[in-house]
Design a protein around this ligand. Structure first.
Ligand code: HEC
Ligand code: HEC
Ligand code: HEC
Ligand code: HEC
Ligand code: HEC
Ligand code: HEC
Ligand code: HEC
Length: 323
């Protein structure tokens, strides 16, 4: 297509400048959530899908047009860059026909791979027990109500998912990440209605028997009260009916807390508390914001630092040789 081929040389030049700008951004506002991406091959999609507006060539009128982008089609490139599928190009999962715009209407009919299509029966992912997860999920209220229309992707974005419970060393991060998955729908009227066709119950009202609600939602996951703990799985996936939800304070507020077998069972958390004891985590004594350091983040910042240095060296070499 015209749009695509005539764009290539421009894209290359743009990328060069873009990478420069990116590096500066990284050094400066590394911690801010700026929209950015490294992988140049994704630029063909992200030049539109990471912005609030997009530009395309209207070949009938023979001129460029600007439009607003559907906000649900704007991707979070920062979250994608740390997701489990960060190595993928867009067109590994989506048809390469998307490279042209306007997109072909038939692409809406394209079947997408489910988690199990790729991960089912694969030895290298055995520790995640995908098949067991699916089994449990199929017993959940969501699957019972909506069947295959409630896919894994309703909770797990294939773009951004991170295995947080397994890898994070902070209770707060684990709780926050997990609860956001539920709240992305349960407190978003549009998304909830898309699935159910009716309004969502007010979560605050539903839980008004629980004192310090906000504090609880920051310290325990929804699934603590809404699933049965399964030993064989890291994260239990069988969301029970509301009548079976946990309401008994003592289940958590006791020496023999249920949380020891769920939220606090993770080795990554236990490693953190110096004496290896559960109780210090349980009483939250060991949790002080900023004391936890993620080795992954440290590695990432080293890699980025080296990339910056390499970028500067290569850039100045070009300057010298061009002269
Ligand atoms: C010129 C801007 C532009 C480019 C480039 C672009 N898209 Fe899109 N894309 C859009 C817009 C706008 C929509 C909203 C629906 C529409 O207008 O067709 C969309 C919709 C989509 C959808 C949702 C379709 C649906 O209806 O559910 C997917 C998936 C998608 N694009 C993937 C891609 C991929 C993958 C690439 C790169 C190979 C890409 N797009 C490149 C602008 C673009
Ligand atoms: C690992 C596979 C995978 C990769 C890689 C991937 N996508 Fe997707 N994408 C999906 C799936 C699955 C859906 C449908 C989500 C659903 O069913 O709700 C989707 C949906 C979309 C949508 C529709 C909006 C939405 O979120 O539902 C857009 C737009 C889109 N992808 C663009 C992209 C772009 C651009 C890239 C590259 C930067 C990309 N995707 C990379 C799997 C992928
Ligand atoms: C198109 C095939 C495909 C689909 C669909 C897919 N994955 Fe993946 N996934 C992969 C591949 C390949 C890797 C390995 C990536 C790597 O090593 O960089 C991976 C990596 C992962 C990992 C990290 C594994 C590890 O070794 O640490 C998790 C967790 C994961 N995927 C979960 C999911 C979930 C949940 C879904 C559904 C929402 C899903 N995947 C859908 C292909 C897929
Ligand atoms: C109702 C929401 C929901 C649905 C639906 C759902 N999951 Fe999950 N899943 C979660 C939550 C919450 C977590 C915990 C997130 C974290 O911290 O890693 C999780 C974690 C996972 C993990 C990582 C567990 C580990 O061992 O590290 C995998 C793998 C997974 N889900 C696969 C699936 C598959 C496959 C499906 C569909 C059959 C599915 N999930 C459906 C909410 C859901
Ligand atoms: C401390 C335990 C606990 C926590 C944490 C908790 N819930 Fe609940 N939840 C319950 C109980 C118990 C009920 C049943 C209340 C009743 O019927 O009076 C319930 C009811 C519900 C309902 C049913 C609403 C209705 O009436 O149809 C939904 C949906 C729900 N919770 C979602 C969530 C979400 C999402 C989170 C995380 C943000 C969460 N819950 C956290 C215990 C909890
Ligand atoms: C994509 C939207 C969506 C997501 C994500 C989602 N839910 Fe739901 N959930 C629903 C809908 C819709 C219903 C109503 C089901 C029905 O009509 O019976 C529901 C029902 C429930 C109920 C009440 C069941 C009953 O007996 O009435 C609970 C509890 C619940 N969800 C918890 C969760 C938890 C915990 C998570 C996160 C792990 C989550 N949900 C993620 C859409 C969602
Ligand atoms: C799923 C486990 C769980 C359940 C069920 C639960 N709690 Fe909690 N509760 C917690 C956690 C975790 C905290 C946060 C502890 C902290 O602040 O370090 C907390 C905090 C509190 C606090 C605040 C304590 C403070 O330090 O300010 C009160 C009060 C409280 N819970 C009362 C209750 C009551 C009453 C019930 C029953 C109606 C209940 N909780 C049910 C886990 C639970």
């Amino acid at each position: 297509m015209k749009l695509h081929s005539s764009d290539n040389s421009k894209t290359l030049k743009m990328n060069h400048r873009f990478i420069g700008v990116l590096l500066i951004l990284w050094i400066g506002v590394w911690s801010l959530k700026a929209q950015s991406y490294e992988n140049a091959s994704q630029h063909q999609c992200l030049k539109c899908h990471s912005k609030n507006s997009y530009t395309y060539m209207n070949t009938v009128k023979g001129k460029e047009e600007h439009r607003l982008m559907n906000p649900y089609f704007v991707l979070d490139t920062v979250a994608m860059a740390s997701g489990v599928h960060k190595q993928f190009d867009c067109t590994d999962c989506h048809s390469s026909e998307y490279a042209s715009y306007p997109h072909n209407g038939n692409l809406k009919l394209e079947p997408m791979n489910s988690c199990l299509d790729c991960h089912g029966g694969d030895e290298s992912f055995a520790s995640y027990h995908f098949e067991r997860v699916e089994e449990e999920f199929k017993k959940s209220v969501h699957y019972k109500a909506y069947g295959d229309n409630f896919s894994c992707s309703k909770c797990h974005s294939q773009h951004t998912y991170m295995a947080t419970a397994r890898n994070s060393s902070s209770v707060k991060d684990i709780v926050d990440y997990s609860n956001k998955m539920c709240l992305s729908c349960h407190s978003d009227m549009k998304k909830y209605q898309l699935v159910s066709g009716h309004e969502n119950p007010q979560l605050v009202k539903v839980h008004d028997w629980l004192p310090n609600q906000e504090l609880h939602f920051q310290h325990v996951r929804c699934i603590e009260c809404h699933t049965e703990v399964t030993d064989s799985l890291m994260v239990s996936h069988n969301i029970l009916a509301k009548e079976q939800a946990l309401k008994n304070c003592v289940e958590c507020h006791s020496a023999d807390s249920k949380l020891k077998a769920s939220l606090y069972k993770y080795q990554n958390l236990q490693k953190r508390s110096e004496d290896g004891g559960l109780l210090s985590v349980l009483s939250n004594e060991s949790y002080i914001i900023g004391t936890h350091q993620s080795p992954l983040l440290q590695l990432a910042s080293i890699i980025i630092f080296l990339a910056v240095v390499a970028g500067i060296v290569i850039h100045s070499m070009f300057r010298i040789f061009k002269k």
